[in-house]
Design a binder for this molecule. Sequence first.
Ligand code: SAM
Length: 209
Amino acid sequence: MKSLKQSAVETYLEFSSFEGSQHIASQFAIYKTLQIIRKNKVMNILEIGLGIGTLPSAVLNYFGSDINYSGTEDNEFCLKSLKEHLKSKKIEIFKNLDDVNLEKKYDLLIIDGKEPNLKKIANSLSQNAVIIIEGDRMNQYQEILHMFSKSLFVHMTSNKKNHPKGVFDENNWQGGVKVFFINPTIKQKIYWFKEKLNTKFNYLKRKNF
Ligand SMILES: C[S@@+](CC[C@H](N)C(=O)[O-])C[C@H]1O[C@@H](n2cnc3c(N)ncnc32)[C@H](O)[C@@H]1O
């Protein structure tokens, strides 16, 4: 079996070569998403803003079709790309949150696109769900913080620059992810604490680089 890191770099490089790749998830974001799924035994995933399908491709290739992956996308170019890139994959694609089955409980919510009614998701997350926000997305970060004010939060950052063969500038650090544990278990608290320390070390390393 491939390592999570190897899978992440392969997906990142594959999707870097596709048209419209300028908005894809970073190599680090793909790796952390896979790691969080494995550590938390995630089964039901909802992604807001599927883009051209980098994350579902990485996730479904690695974990297989036992995972239930749903997501939203309304950009015509992306919808066409998703059809091409996820041809044989089990995934449900909706225009927006209004069309999503909110009776279901999602273990992982990934936010990487616009959604005016994000609040609607509040009661559709499982007890110990994790929320990942890709990139900056300050408005959505504030909204989630407000909705889940008791959650634990960490901004995970990478200590590695972008791969020279990928779509992003090799002189820049790989993009990070903002992660919320809405009702953390002991295991999640330990993971959160280690990641907080990593972020601190990375900050110091970057400052002295
Ligand atoms: C950052 S992208 C999501 C990327 C996705 N997580 C991935 O890794 O493939 C967020 C939003 O940007 C828009 N978008 C992404 N790529 C685009 C493109 N090439 N052209 C136009 N809009 C795009 C889509 O509406 C999408 O929901």
